[in-house]
Design a protein around this ligand. Structure first.
Ligand code: FE
Length: 343
Protein backbone atom coordinates (compact mmCIF):
# COMPACT_ATOMS: atom_id res chain seq x y z
CA UNK A 1 0.00 0.00 0.00
CA UNK A 2 2.89 2.35 0.69
CA UNK A 3 3.75 3.06 -2.95
CA UNK A 4 0.18 4.22 -3.61
CA UNK A 5 0.36 6.60 -0.66
CA UNK A 6 3.65 8.13 -1.75
CA UNK A 7 2.25 8.45 -5.25
CA UNK A 8 -0.53 10.68 -3.93
CA UNK A 9 2.07 13.01 -2.42
CA UNK A 10 3.71 13.64 -5.76
CA UNK A 11 3.22 16.93 -7.49
CA UNK A 12 1.75 16.76 -10.95
CA UNK A 13 5.05 17.70 -12.55
CA UNK A 14 6.84 14.86 -10.84
CA UNK A 15 4.07 12.34 -11.30
CA UNK A 16 5.86 10.32 -13.95
CA UNK A 17 9.05 10.04 -11.92
CA UNK A 18 7.04 9.20 -8.81
CA UNK A 19 5.16 6.45 -10.62
CA UNK A 20 8.41 4.93 -11.72
CA UNK A 21 9.63 5.17 -8.16
CA UNK A 22 6.44 3.60 -6.83
CA UNK A 23 6.96 0.68 -9.19
CA UNK A 24 10.51 0.30 -7.97
CA UNK A 25 9.17 0.18 -4.42
CA UNK A 26 6.62 -2.40 -5.42
CA UNK A 27 9.44 -4.44 -6.93
CA UNK A 28 11.16 -4.44 -3.55
CA UNK A 29 8.38 -4.85 -1.05
CA UNK A 30 5.68 -7.26 -2.19
CA UNK A 31 5.59 -10.85 -3.26
CA UNK A 32 2.51 -12.55 -4.66
CA UNK A 33 2.62 -16.18 -3.69
CA UNK A 34 0.30 -18.82 -5.13
CA UNK A 35 0.50 -21.78 -2.80
CA UNK A 36 -1.02 -25.24 -2.90
CA UNK A 37 0.62 -26.08 0.42
CA UNK A 38 -2.02 -26.02 3.15
CA UNK A 39 0.10 -26.48 6.21
CA UNK A 40 -0.52 -24.20 9.18
CA UNK A 41 3.13 -24.31 10.04
CA UNK A 42 3.97 -22.54 6.78
CA UNK A 43 2.68 -19.31 8.38
CA UNK A 44 5.86 -19.08 10.42
CA UNK A 45 7.90 -19.39 7.23
CA UNK A 46 6.22 -16.42 5.59
CA UNK A 47 6.39 -14.26 8.69
CA UNK A 48 10.14 -14.74 9.11
CA UNK A 49 10.74 -13.96 5.45
CA UNK A 50 8.89 -10.66 5.82
CA UNK A 51 10.78 -9.89 9.02
CA UNK A 52 14.13 -10.52 7.36
CA UNK A 53 13.53 -8.79 4.05
CA UNK A 54 10.68 -6.32 4.57
CA UNK A 55 8.92 -8.00 1.65
CA UNK A 56 5.26 -8.57 2.37
CA UNK A 57 3.79 -11.82 1.13
CA UNK A 58 0.34 -11.72 -0.42
CA UNK A 59 -0.81 -15.26 -0.52
CA UNK A 60 -3.43 -16.95 -2.62
CA UNK A 61 -4.09 -20.51 -1.56
CA UNK A 62 -5.88 -23.03 -3.66
CA UNK A 63 -5.86 -26.52 -4.98
CA UNK A 64 -2.94 -27.23 -7.24
CA UNK A 65 -5.03 -27.61 -10.43
CA UNK A 66 -7.00 -24.45 -9.72
CA UNK A 67 -3.88 -22.36 -9.16
CA UNK A 68 -2.26 -23.65 -12.34
CA UNK A 69 -5.45 -22.94 -14.28
CA UNK A 70 -5.62 -19.47 -12.79
CA UNK A 71 -2.02 -18.66 -13.73
CA UNK A 72 -2.70 -19.86 -17.28
CA UNK A 73 -5.83 -17.75 -17.58
CA UNK A 74 -4.13 -14.66 -16.18
CA UNK A 75 -1.39 -15.09 -18.77
CA UNK A 76 0.97 -12.14 -19.16
CA UNK A 77 -1.13 -10.13 -16.68
CA UNK A 78 -0.76 -12.64 -13.86
CA UNK A 79 0.23 -11.01 -10.56
CA UNK A 80 1.69 -14.34 -9.41
CA UNK A 81 5.41 -14.27 -8.61
CA UNK A 82 5.95 -17.73 -7.16
CA UNK A 83 4.05 -21.01 -7.35
CA UNK A 84 4.61 -23.44 -4.48
CA UNK A 85 3.13 -26.90 -4.60
CA UNK A 86 3.82 -30.50 -3.70
CA UNK A 87 4.82 -33.42 -5.87
CA UNK A 88 7.30 -33.61 -8.71
CA UNK A 89 4.55 -34.68 -11.11
CA UNK A 90 2.62 -31.49 -10.47
CA UNK A 91 5.68 -29.27 -10.59
CA UNK A 92 6.69 -30.80 -13.88
CA UNK A 93 3.18 -30.29 -15.25
CA UNK A 94 3.54 -26.56 -14.48
CA UNK A 95 6.94 -26.64 -16.19
CA UNK A 96 5.51 -28.32 -19.29
CA UNK A 97 2.83 -25.63 -19.50
CA UNK A 98 5.65 -23.08 -19.63
CA UNK A 99 4.56 -21.33 -16.43
CA UNK A 100 7.99 -21.07 -14.81
CA UNK A 101 10.90 -18.78 -15.69
CA UNK A 102 14.47 -20.08 -15.66
CA UNK A 103 16.32 -19.00 -12.52
CA UNK A 104 20.03 -19.04 -12.04
CA UNK A 105 20.97 -18.53 -8.41
CA UNK A 106 24.35 -19.46 -6.95
CA UNK A 107 22.64 -19.87 -3.55
CA UNK A 108 20.05 -22.35 -4.82
CA UNK A 109 22.67 -24.20 -6.83
CA UNK A 110 25.01 -24.48 -3.86
CA UNK A 111 22.37 -25.55 -1.35
CA UNK A 112 19.96 -27.80 -3.24
CA UNK A 113 21.42 -31.11 -4.47
CA UNK A 114 21.49 -31.34 -8.24
CA UNK A 115 19.02 -34.25 -8.44
CA UNK A 116 16.45 -32.16 -6.57
CA UNK A 117 16.33 -29.15 -8.86
CA UNK A 118 15.72 -28.28 -12.50
CA UNK A 119 16.44 -25.17 -14.54
CA UNK A 120 13.18 -23.55 -13.45
CA UNK A 121 11.80 -25.29 -10.37
CA UNK A 122 13.40 -26.30 -7.11
CA UNK A 123 12.64 -28.81 -4.34
CA UNK A 124 12.64 -27.50 -0.79
CA UNK A 125 11.69 -30.61 1.16
CA UNK A 126 11.42 -34.33 0.62
CA UNK A 127 9.05 -37.06 1.73
CA UNK A 128 9.47 -40.78 1.20
CA UNK A 129 6.85 -43.28 0.03
CA UNK A 130 7.09 -46.23 2.38
CA UNK A 131 5.38 -49.58 2.85
CA UNK A 132 3.02 -49.90 5.81
CA UNK A 133 1.85 -53.28 7.13
CA UNK A 134 -0.39 -54.63 9.86
CA UNK A 135 1.62 -56.21 12.66
CA UNK A 136 0.88 -59.90 12.68
CA UNK A 137 -1.00 -59.72 9.36
CA UNK A 138 2.02 -60.28 7.11
CA UNK A 139 5.65 -61.18 7.49
CA UNK A 140 7.66 -57.97 6.97
CA UNK A 141 10.46 -60.11 5.51
CA UNK A 142 8.17 -60.42 2.48
CA UNK A 143 7.97 -56.63 2.09
CA UNK A 144 11.48 -55.48 1.36
CA UNK A 145 10.85 -53.85 -2.00
CA UNK A 146 8.10 -52.17 -4.01
CA UNK A 147 8.38 -55.24 -6.27
CA UNK A 148 7.21 -57.37 -3.35
CA UNK A 149 3.83 -55.59 -3.50
CA UNK A 150 3.17 -57.40 -6.79
CA UNK A 151 3.94 -60.83 -5.35
CA UNK A 152 0.86 -63.14 -5.52
CA UNK A 153 1.40 -64.07 -1.87
CA UNK A 154 -0.18 -60.69 -1.03
CA UNK A 155 -3.41 -61.50 -2.92
CA UNK A 156 -6.37 -59.66 -1.36
CA UNK A 157 -4.14 -57.84 1.11
CA UNK A 158 -3.32 -54.42 -0.41
CA UNK A 159 -5.14 -51.11 0.07
CA UNK A 160 -4.28 -48.18 -2.17
CA UNK A 161 -5.28 -44.67 -3.02
CA UNK A 162 -6.08 -43.94 -6.67
CA UNK A 163 -3.56 -44.67 -9.39
CA UNK A 164 -4.29 -41.22 -10.82
CA UNK A 165 -3.02 -39.52 -7.69
CA UNK A 166 0.30 -37.73 -8.24
CA UNK A 167 1.97 -39.58 -5.34
CA UNK A 168 1.33 -42.93 -6.99
CA UNK A 169 2.11 -41.57 -10.45
CA UNK A 170 5.50 -40.37 -9.24
CA UNK A 171 6.24 -43.73 -7.62
CA UNK A 172 5.27 -45.42 -10.88
CA UNK A 173 7.44 -42.97 -12.84
CA UNK A 174 10.42 -43.98 -10.71
CA UNK A 175 9.74 -47.67 -11.40
CA UNK A 176 9.58 -46.98 -15.15
CA UNK A 177 12.84 -45.01 -14.92
CA UNK A 178 14.64 -47.85 -13.12
CA UNK A 179 13.09 -50.95 -14.67
CA UNK A 180 11.55 -49.93 -17.98
CA UNK A 181 7.94 -49.87 -19.15
CA UNK A 182 7.43 -53.62 -19.58
CA UNK A 183 8.41 -54.53 -16.04
CA UNK A 184 6.60 -51.49 -14.67
CA UNK A 185 3.37 -52.66 -16.29
CA UNK A 186 3.82 -56.19 -14.93
CA UNK A 187 4.31 -54.65 -11.52
CA UNK A 188 1.15 -52.52 -11.77
CA UNK A 189 -0.89 -55.56 -12.85
CA UNK A 190 0.52 -57.59 -9.97
CA UNK A 191 -0.39 -54.92 -7.43
CA UNK A 192 -3.91 -54.58 -8.87
CA UNK A 193 -4.34 -58.35 -8.60
CA UNK A 194 -3.50 -58.03 -4.88
CA UNK A 195 -6.02 -55.28 -4.05
CA UNK A 196 -8.25 -55.93 -1.04
CA UNK A 197 -10.68 -53.31 -2.38
CA UNK A 198 -10.98 -50.75 -5.17
CA UNK A 199 -8.66 -47.76 -4.56
CA UNK A 200 -10.20 -44.97 -2.48
CA UNK A 201 -9.27 -42.31 0.07
CA UNK A 202 -5.96 -40.69 0.91
CA UNK A 203 -2.77 -42.05 2.45
CA UNK A 204 -4.06 -41.69 6.02
CA UNK A 205 -7.17 -43.70 5.08
CA UNK A 206 -4.93 -46.54 3.88
CA UNK A 207 -2.93 -46.45 7.14
CA UNK A 208 -6.16 -46.61 9.17
CA UNK A 209 -7.49 -49.44 7.01
CA UNK A 210 -4.31 -51.44 7.65
CA UNK A 211 -4.56 -50.79 11.41
CA UNK A 212 -8.25 -51.82 11.35
CA UNK A 213 -7.39 -55.06 9.57
CA UNK A 214 -9.36 -54.20 6.39
CA UNK A 215 -6.17 -54.94 4.52
CA UNK A 216 -2.63 -55.85 5.49
CA UNK A 217 -0.39 -53.66 3.34
CA UNK A 218 -0.40 -50.14 1.88
CA UNK A 219 1.99 -47.39 0.86
CA UNK A 220 2.07 -43.93 2.41
CA UNK A 221 4.06 -40.74 2.41
CA UNK A 222 6.13 -40.46 5.57
CA UNK A 223 4.70 -37.17 6.86
CA UNK A 224 1.26 -38.78 7.29
CA UNK A 225 2.87 -41.38 9.56
CA UNK A 226 4.79 -38.72 11.47
CA UNK A 227 1.59 -36.74 11.91
CA UNK A 228 -0.17 -39.73 13.49
CA UNK A 229 2.88 -40.37 15.69
CA UNK A 230 2.82 -36.78 16.96
CA UNK A 231 -0.97 -36.59 17.29
CA UNK A 232 -2.64 -35.63 20.56
CA UNK A 233 -5.39 -38.17 19.90
CA UNK A 234 -4.96 -41.55 21.58
CA UNK A 235 -6.67 -43.30 18.65
CA UNK A 236 -4.02 -42.00 16.24
CA UNK A 237 -1.21 -43.35 18.36
CA UNK A 238 -3.08 -46.65 18.70
CA UNK A 239 -3.25 -46.77 14.92
CA UNK A 240 0.52 -46.40 14.80
CA UNK A 241 0.97 -49.15 17.43
CA UNK A 242 -0.82 -51.60 15.15
CA UNK A 243 1.32 -51.03 12.09
CA UNK A 244 4.91 -51.46 11.04
CA UNK A 245 6.81 -49.34 8.52
CA UNK A 246 9.29 -50.64 5.94
CA UNK A 247 11.88 -48.60 4.07
CA UNK A 248 11.66 -50.17 0.61
CA UNK A 249 14.55 -51.09 -1.68
CA UNK A 250 17.28 -50.48 0.88
CA UNK A 251 19.53 -53.07 -0.79
CA UNK A 252 18.70 -51.57 -4.18
CA UNK A 253 18.11 -48.03 -5.44
CA UNK A 254 16.61 -46.78 -2.17
CA UNK A 255 13.17 -45.59 -1.10
CA UNK A 256 11.24 -43.46 -3.59
CA UNK A 257 11.17 -39.86 -2.51
CA UNK A 258 8.95 -37.07 -3.65
CA UNK A 259 9.30 -33.37 -3.05
CA UNK A 260 7.56 -30.13 -2.36
CA UNK A 261 8.90 -27.24 -4.32
CA UNK A 262 8.28 -24.24 -6.45
CA UNK A 263 9.51 -21.79 -8.99
CA UNK A 264 9.41 -18.19 -10.17
CA UNK A 265 6.63 -17.57 -12.68
CA UNK A 266 7.34 -16.41 -16.19
CA UNK A 267 5.34 -13.18 -15.86
CA UNK A 268 6.32 -12.46 -12.23
CA UNK A 269 6.00 -8.70 -11.58
CA UNK A 270 8.43 -8.99 -8.65
CA UNK A 271 11.08 -11.30 -9.99
CA UNK A 272 13.85 -10.19 -7.63
CA UNK A 273 11.69 -10.66 -4.56
CA UNK A 274 10.61 -14.03 -5.93
CA UNK A 275 14.20 -15.25 -6.25
CA UNK A 276 14.95 -13.94 -2.75
CA UNK A 277 12.00 -15.93 -1.46
CA UNK A 278 13.20 -19.16 -3.06
CA UNK A 279 16.66 -18.53 -1.61
CA UNK A 280 15.06 -18.01 1.78
CA UNK A 281 13.27 -21.36 1.48
CA UNK A 282 16.69 -22.97 1.11
CA UNK A 283 18.02 -21.25 4.27
CA UNK A 284 18.72 -23.28 7.40
CA UNK A 285 15.83 -21.61 9.19
CA UNK A 286 13.23 -22.31 6.52
CA UNK A 287 14.52 -25.85 6.08
CA UNK A 288 13.97 -26.42 9.79
CA UNK A 289 10.37 -25.19 9.50
CA UNK A 290 9.70 -27.81 6.84
CA UNK A 291 11.17 -30.54 9.02
CA UNK A 292 9.93 -29.61 12.47
CA UNK A 293 6.58 -28.19 11.40
CA UNK A 294 5.46 -30.41 8.57
CA UNK A 295 7.51 -33.57 9.14
CA UNK A 296 9.38 -33.37 5.84
CA UNK A 297 13.11 -33.78 5.36
CA UNK A 298 15.24 -30.77 4.45
CA UNK A 299 16.84 -30.84 1.00
CA UNK A 300 19.86 -28.94 2.28
CA UNK A 301 22.50 -31.32 3.58
CA UNK A 302 23.55 -30.92 7.20
CA UNK A 303 20.61 -28.87 8.48
CA UNK A 304 19.99 -29.76 12.13
CA UNK A 305 16.37 -30.65 12.81
CA UNK A 306 14.40 -31.32 15.97
CA UNK A 307 11.56 -33.71 15.16
CA UNK A 308 11.11 -36.84 17.30
CA UNK A 309 8.81 -38.50 14.75
CA UNK A 310 11.32 -38.15 11.91
CA UNK A 311 14.02 -39.45 14.23
CA UNK A 312 11.82 -42.42 15.19
CA UNK A 313 11.35 -43.25 11.51
CA UNK A 314 15.11 -43.58 11.36
CA UNK A 315 17.78 -43.21 8.71
CA UNK A 316 17.25 -44.64 5.26
CA UNK A 317 18.68 -44.83 1.80
CA UNK A 318 16.78 -42.53 -0.57
CA UNK A 319 16.53 -43.04 -4.30
CA UNK A 320 18.73 -40.41 -5.95
CA UNK A 321 16.78 -40.41 -9.22
CA UNK A 322 16.62 -36.81 -10.52
CA UNK A 323 13.22 -35.18 -10.01
CA UNK A 324 13.31 -34.36 -13.71
CA UNK A 325 13.11 -38.11 -14.47
CA UNK A 326 9.94 -38.43 -12.41
CA UNK A 327 8.58 -35.68 -14.58
CA UNK A 328 9.69 -37.34 -17.80
CA UNK A 329 7.74 -40.55 -17.11
CA UNK A 330 4.63 -39.01 -15.58
CA UNK A 331 2.42 -39.36 -18.67
CA UNK A 332 3.65 -42.93 -19.27
CA UNK A 333 2.89 -43.77 -15.64
CA UNK A 334 -0.75 -42.79 -16.09
CA UNK A 335 -1.08 -44.76 -19.34
CA UNK A 336 0.38 -47.88 -17.72
CA UNK A 337 -1.83 -47.55 -14.62
CA UNK A 338 -4.89 -47.20 -16.87
CA UNK A 339 -3.92 -50.26 -18.87
CA UNK A 340 -3.33 -52.24 -15.68
CA UNK A 341 -6.69 -51.19 -14.24
CA UNK A 342 -4.99 -49.30 -11.37
CA UNK A 343 -7.64 -46.57 -11.09
FE1 FE B 1 -0.02 -35.14 1.01
Amino acid sequence: MKPLFSRSLCSLALAVACLANADANAEEKVLNLYSARHYQTDEALYESFTKQTGIKIKRIEGKDDELVERIRNEGAYSPADVLLTVDAARLSAAHELGLFAAVSSPILEARIPVNLRTSDWFSFSTRARVIVYGKGAVNPEHLKTYDDLANPRLKGKICSRSGSHPYNLSLMASIIAHQGEVRAEQWAKGVVANFARAPKGGDTDQIRAVAAGECAVAVSNTYYLARLMRSDKAEDRQTMDKIGVVWPDQQGVGAHINVSGGGVLKHAPHREAAIKFLEYLASDQAQRYFADGNNEWPVVVGVKIDNPALEALGKFKADSLPVASLAMYRAKAQIIFDRAGYR
